[in-house]
Write a protein that binds this ligand. Structure first.
Ligand code: AVJ
Length: 345
């Protein structure tokens, strides 16, 4: 990965201290609030990213493999529609990806773009340098014809890459139901931030996990967040282990139970960590403030994640709230997951 390895060492050090400051601020705000919360981005340190990769391979976690199967069945059609949507002559597509991770599913779409237009520029955006290195490595090794241009940024608030080539259109990929971690208002804000970087006629491909329906049972969704092997439980508890590692806190992660529950009123999965006994936890003084002494009653929880599930009506509403117009939806036969194409208006 010559493109980024030259800068990554210096970048890593700068990123590390700014990340630790953000962890300190988030932990203080969330753990002194009532009810207590920790934001899901805290899951994804090195250990958590590895655990998430394991989750995507679990038999119960249908999301990743279902979305991949939709890409495998419809990639050419998706790229074709993205090229013809919007205004004017079919241009060359540039693919940018928000929160690229390791880009394992993206290769299927990139290969289809290469089939259609010969070559393609791919711009993964992620806060994690390690993830961008993995994405670059993966795409360079597996999909010929792709030029990778990495961008280290927080796509929820920072501007996206602006170096647009003439007569190209952007296809922004926001896949994996990552949008599901955000409340309705925050999801609109994330898509508006994206929309602000696009031109009318640019495209968005949005992956959304679907609400329960005739072919999708609540128990299927519950199992995906409470797997038999306990990987999701380990992923959830790792958020406390991370606070120990990054902030010198003294959580005993094993003294908290993993709870996954379905909130029907909000159409979302929730993950919590529930204290198994009365206990006290200390977080030493840090950049965000003085030392914290937290007491947990037995049964008291920390809310660590919401994972919203969408109806197609809700997808359309969310997209239009951010000035996108939904044009196509592809689903698996069981209606578990949807891949949605929208045009920036
Ligand atoms: C990466 C946010 C899509 O909500 O399903 C997996 C994260 N949490 N198991 C999801 C997750 C528990 C995942 N997203």
């Amino acid at each position: 990965m010559p493109l980024i390895s030259a800068v990554s060492e210096a970048t890593d050090v700068a990123l590390e201290s700014s990340t630790t400051d953000a962890v300190a601020a988030e932990a203080r705000a969330g753990l002194t609030a009532y009810p207590r919360t920790l934001a899901p981005w805290l899951f994804y340190d090195e250990t958590g990213s590895r655990l998430f990769e394991q989750i995507t391979q679990l038999p119960e976690y249908y999301l990743t493999r279902t979305e991949r199967s939709i890409f495998a069945a419809h990639a050419d059609e998706i790229i074709e529609h993205a090229s013809h949507n919007g205004h004017g002559l079919p241009p060359t597509l540039t693919l940018i990806e928000l929160g690229a991770g390791t880009a394992t599913k993206t290769g299927i779409l990139l290969a289809a773009a290469v089939r259609r237009q010969g070559t393609v520029v791919y711009q993964p955006v992620d806060v994690s340098v390690t993830a961008l290195e993995a994405a670059t490595e993966n795409i360079r090794a597996n999909v010929p014809g792709v030029t990778v241009r990495c961008q280290v940024a927080d796509y929820t608030s920072q501007p996206l890459p602006e170096n647009r080539l003439p007569n190209t259109r952007t296809l922004a990929l926001y896949i994996g139901s990552s949008i599901g971690n955000f409340s309705p208002d925050a999801a609109t804000a994330v898509l508006r931030n994206l929309r602000a970087q696009l031109l009318p006629g640019d495209q968005l491909l949005l992956g959304t996990d679907l609400s329960p329906g005739p072919k999708k049972k609540v128990t299927t969704i519950l199992a995906a967040y409470n797997d038999a092997a306990g990987v999701t439980a380990a992923f959830n508890r790792n958020i406390l282990a991370r606070l120990n590692r990054d902030l010198g806190a003294n959580f005993n992660p094993e003294a908290f139970a993993h709870r996954a529950l379905w909130n029907a009123a909000e159409s979302r999965m929730e993950m919590h960590l529930v204290s198994l006994a009365p206990q006290r936890v200390r977080i030493p003084a840090n950049s965000a403030g003085g030392s914290l002494s937290l007491t947990f009653a037995s049964g008291e929880g920390i809310h660590t994640e919401n994972s919203y599930k969408f109806t197609l009506g809700r997808v359309e509403e969310l997209l239009s709230s951010a000035a996108f117009c939904l044009t196509h939806t592809w689903q698996d036969s069981r209606h578990h997951f949807a891949v949605n194409l929208a045009t920036a208006i």
